[in-house]
Design a protein around this ligand. Structure first.
Ligand code: ZN
Length: 45
């Protein structure tokens, strides 16, 4: 799974669920799953 930090835009991959844990780069707990291309397409509606 890919994750992205909303605070600093740091992107990284983790094999496990990472939501709720702090960003390894800036330490902010604003880490979300990176939206897939498919999800972005759905959001256009
Ligand atoms: Zn960060």
């Amino acid at each position: 799974m890919k994750f992205v930090c909303l605070n600093c835009n740091y992107r990284f991959e983790s094999e496990t669920e990472y939501t709720g844990k702090p960003c390894p780069y800036c330490g902010k707990k604003e880490v979300i799953k990176e939206p897939s291309a498919e999800d972005l397409l759905k959001g256009v509606e």
